[in-house]
Design a protein around this ligand. Structure first.
Ligand SMILES: NC(=O)C1=CN([C@@H]2O[C@H](COP(=O)(O)OP(=O)(O)OC[C@H]3O[C@@H](n4cnc5c(N)ncnc54)[C@H](OP(=O)(O)O)[C@@H]3O)[C@@H](O)[C@H]2O)C=CC1
Ligand SMILES: CC(C)(CO)C(=O)C(=O)O
Length: 316
């Protein structure tokens, strides 16, 4: 298959290198400043899935540079705040049957891409392995809590099609399965990230510390309860019956297995990068407003992260 990896950061580098190593054709889109390094040293992966160094078949910094555009799948691995811009760019050159897989965290990526890409060509994914950029083009796979789960939010793409792609990713070394309930998985991750990533970025501590300190422990309970109230209002089910069931798993299973992890949002702040707060706690607040559900704690946390982001980037 021919893949276009749209954004060669932590996640995109992993997919580009491992798909190339598995024998697929890979076109990589990166910032101009990264092209020389990647063309010489390849996309490099280290960590729990082993070592890879693979030079993409095609390396570009703009889609218009691509001569060979017979992509079978475009994997979008930019941050959620860049999804609409990426979808608009891709829509110009996407082959009619080429699928778009939004390999991203948060809520709103499907909604951001849908004005530009037909809904029956968009897959979403819940990614719950960790990848950290060590240097440009070098990504370390640090943890994995479960398979990647891919699917079509409104089942506009038949499950067997998603399963075909999941099998291809598994054969490339990335544990993946398909689901007809991908939004349950996406929301499960949003709850997890909205509780941990934002407070981890504000307090600059790992997940275990957040659970162990009374104040942050209590705040995360409020975050989760507000999210479940919003989910009830929009009619979105999750894999937990209610907030109490989620919180029981959260504090007994989900945090202990990642207690030393520092959220990627903290890494964004520390590297003076914009965060994805608007697709996490910020998205909860926006949905709460739309459906008349109060989300005061999520709103306060969102504003605190935005303030911290402005402090480090100098941009509102
Ligand atoms: N890293 C992780 O462990 C996990 C990440 N995720 C999610 O996966 C998604 C990707 O995350 P991650 O890989 O960490 O993010 P990164 O910021 O590391 O990667 C995004 C890359 O895309 C580049 N990019 C953005 N726009 C363009 C463009 N127009 N042209 C060329 N390059 C572009 C960025 O460059 P620049 O930095 O210059 O903008 C960056 O190199 C996010 O939604 C994240 O939340 C989910 C689970 C785990
Ligand atoms: C790496 C992982 C899965 C851990 O929370 C994550 O989602 C993040 O930090 O963004």
């Amino acid at each position: 298959m021919h893949f276009l990896i749209y954004g060669l950061g932590a996640i995109g580098t992993v997919y580009g290198a491992m798909l190339k190593a598995a024998g697929h054709k890979v076109t990589g889109l990166a910032r101009p400043s990264m092209l020389e390094t990647i063309s010489k040293k390849g996309l490099q992966v280290c960590g729990i899935w082993g070592e890879y160094a693979q030079i993409p078949d095609v390396l570009i910094s703009s889609l218009d540079e691509a001569q060979d555009r017979d992509w079978d799948m475009i994997i979008v691995t930019v941050k959620s705040y860049a999804t609409a811009e990426a979808a608009r760019d891709i829509a110009r050159l996407r082959p009619p049957e080429c699928l778009l897989w939004l390999a991203q965290n948060g809520y709103g990526n499907f909604e951001a891409a849908a004005p530009y890409i037909p809904e029956d060509k968009i897959l979403l994914g819940r990614i719950i392995f960790g990848a950290e950029t060590q240097s440009p083009g070098v990504s370390k796979v640090t943890v994995i809590a479960d398979d990647v789960v891919i699917g079509s939010p409104k089942n506009r793409i038949p499950l067997p099609v998603a399963e075909k792609w999941a099998a291809l990713f598994r054969e490339s070394g990335i544990p993946t399965r398909a689901s007809e309930d991908v939004m349950k998985y996406i929301w499960g991750k949003i709850i997890y990230n909205s509780a941990l990533n934002s407070l981890g970025a504000i307090l600059e501590v790992n997940y275990g510390k957040l659970a162990g300190m009374d104040g942050s422990h209590e705040l995360m309970i409020h975050v989760v309860r507000e999210i479940f109230a919003v989910l009830e209002a929009i009619g979105q089910k999750t894999h937990w019956a209610d907030a109490d069931a989620y919180l029981a798993d959260f504090y007994s299973k989900l945090i202990p297995s990642t207690k030393y992890h520092h959220a990627s949002m903290l890494q964004d702040i520390q590297h003076s990068r914009h965060t994805e707060i608007d697709s996490l706690n910020g998205a909860v607040v926006a949905l709460g407003r739309m459906y008349g559900v109060p989300t005061p704690v999520n709103e306060t946390i969102t504003l605190l992260v935005k303030a911290k982001e402005q402090l480090v980037t100098g941009v509102a």
